[in-house]
Design a protein around this ligand. Sequence first.
Ligand SMILES: *Cc1c(COP(=O)(O)O)cnc(C)c1O
Length: 351
Amino acid sequence: MAYITINHNFFKHNLDIFRQHLKTINPQKNIEVAAVLKDNAYGHGLEIMSDLAMKNGIKSVFVKNYNEALKVAHKFDSVTFFYGIAPEKSNNIYSTIHGFDDFAKIEKALGDMRGLGVELKVNVGMNRNGIEMKDLRKHIEVILKNDMRLIGILSHNGYGDEIGDEFHKEFDKFQEVKEQVKKLSKELGFALPRFHSLNSSCTLRTQQCDDDLVRIGIALYGYLTNEITIEAAKKLKPILKLYANRISTKLLDIGERIGYGGVTIMTNKRVVSTYDIGYGDGLYRLNGNKKLLLPNGEEILPRTSMDCFSCYGDTDEICVMEDAGYVAEVFDTVPYEVLTRLSPFITRIIV
Ligand SMILES: *Cc1c(COP(=O)(O)O)cnc(C)c1O
């Protein structure tokens, strides 16, 4: 049976890079590293990754939706879900507010909003989600009036990977957001919420940070997709490997063909085996236009099937992927996509 291994030492190694970096750039403040476990922990497996995060002292995590939040809430002090409305109240599961209509939706779902923990997302230039800075007061007033708990103020810097000064513009805009919220907290009399704005690349890129926490996703899994050079990024180690097992082996002659449509045609007499990973498991389908090599250097022979692929050789077990960055390059995408496609039904084990 195909399976995925997660290397716990590499996870700790990646996490330590962030803890160290934050200590270096701001020794006065103990900035918290929160783990982003959305989308089945970037395809690594929510269950196994939340255990690993907990064991490594992570207290706050971020997930995509309430269903993911519910699965891990008992392991952490706080779990924030980015999208959707909570169907019930919970002590340590926090909703993200992206706009004024969210209040009406929450009220409809819950009856009243009292006691609900929320984090307010502010748009600092990516123009994707979140409220506008000028509307901060209006939203905070509704939160206070309805006795909700204002847990955090966040933004998302969309230029962490890119060369140019957009990154700094968004960074500065969040500093303004913080100043405004601090003023409002005095004026309206509420406790300061936590502030956070930086993802993996932004955190490693910046040399100044006085946020309360950083939200680290892709780098904890061992990758960064930055255009600019970030020294620490080179030290990250991918934690996931994907393995497949042999289903069957044949000795094929010159001219014989393999797979759907017989796209691969034998040029020599060789041993060919099939293995139990296919596009249904989340590995991209190969139709013959692109060439993907296994870590052992053998080519995955087109066309691949939903549940299996063929390659030369007959080893019982084969590593299919140890670097999602390589697969991403072949398919003109990012490791995020390669990883999140991995089927949640593949067995995951810690090594
Ligand atoms: C996915 C996500 C992150 C993590 O980003 P990485 O690049 O994986 O570190 C942080 N914040 C928000 C809002 C996200 O959606």
